[in-house]
Ligand binder design. Sequence first.
Ligand SMILES: *[C@@H]1O[C@H](CO)[C@@H](O)[C@H](O)[C@H]1NC(C)=O
Ligand SMILES: *[C@@H]1O[C@H](CO)[C@@H](O)[C@H](O)[C@H]1NC(C)=O
Length: 221
Amino acid sequence: MSEWRNSMLLSVLLLLAGSASAFVEELDDSFMETRGDEDIWLIKFYTPWCSFCRQLDPVWHQIGSELTSRGSPVHVGKSDGSTSPGLSKEFKVRGYPAILMLKKNVKYNYSGARTKEAILDFANRVGGPLVRSLSSVQLFQHAMSHHDVMFLYIGATSELKGNFTSSAEELIVHTYFFSASRDVLPKAVSLPSLPAVVVFKDGSYFQYEGETRTSLRQEPL
Ligand SMILES: *[C@@H]1O[C@H](CO)[C@@H](O)[C@H](O)[C@H]1NC(C)=O
Ligand SMILES: *[C@@H]1O[C@H](CO)[C@@H](O)[C@H](O)[C@H]1NC(C)=O
């Protein structure tokens, strides 16, 4: 009887371990051919002998489970650079562990703190829309109170918005990008003309002039 109980316990533990690890997929060199084009991936590159990689294991597991339970579109994976060197090369990994995201064929390198919160923030930021629409005064104020620096496009669709969005594609690793209509901004914000790109920082704001792509890049983030 106790033997039966032990074997039952073992199966339960194995099944739980199996379903738990399903939150994180092991990716090999076939990944780039087999993935879906629209899929968004957060990937940890590691090697078996790297101790910083092992320290990241529990964090990675929690990230996988949290994104899955939230129904996030971000898939979580890991890849062993010693057995799948091709994939590490594809992502230009130079040291382990490395954390990268892949979205619409663009690769994003994570270089922040290796904590669950910081990595989840990165995954949600990069995994979400490039430019987030703030469609009401409430949403604008909520965003203002949660972000130290805010890049905001104001106005209707335009060439400037196209440039703003393509800047976001590259710079979203550093910060969030938003869009809004004039009427959700405080009256005190004076904008001589629309459309406009405005950055809010520490309670003040300034407007970008000229060529957006260049000026946004020059801004140290
Ligand atoms: C990614 O970021 C890390 C940490 O800052 C850096 O060491 C590494 O060279 C970067 N990798 C790529 C491919 O840019
Ligand atoms: C958009 O970017 C293009 C290419 O960099 C530039 O020539 C154009 O002036 C920009 N347009 C606006 C409105 O910023």
